[in-house]
Design a protein around this ligand. Sequence first.
Ligand SMILES: [Zn+2]
Length: 128
Amino acid sequence: MKSLRKYWGYVVAIVVVYGWFSGSLGPNILVVLSAIAFLYSLFQAPVWCCAETRKEEFCRNNASGILMGCWIREHRWQKLKWFVRKSAWGQLIKRLLSGFNGIAASFSAVGALVSAGAAVITLMVKTV
Ligand SMILES: [Zn+2]
């Protein structure tokens, strides 16, 4: 049960994928679920912190979400600064993709964003 509490956002992501392929969920529900899965990846999914340590390695402490750092306050600031600087994104993504949880969180973030966009477009097309 503990792992379910930690990984619940992926369950939502799976429901979204199922909804798209089965066509059983309306686009309005898909928008909401995709947004939830996206926010989960950014703020809750278990990933490595990935901030840079003094030894010029990256921090492998547990963090919650791609956007957040670990318990070290300095790392959280560092990551916030990174998101403002687009040039640092590549490095962060490379680090995230070196761990399984990071891969899962990154893919679900991108997938949820695409899914939310597609659902919004579907809604707009329908109402025209
Ligand atoms: Zn850290």
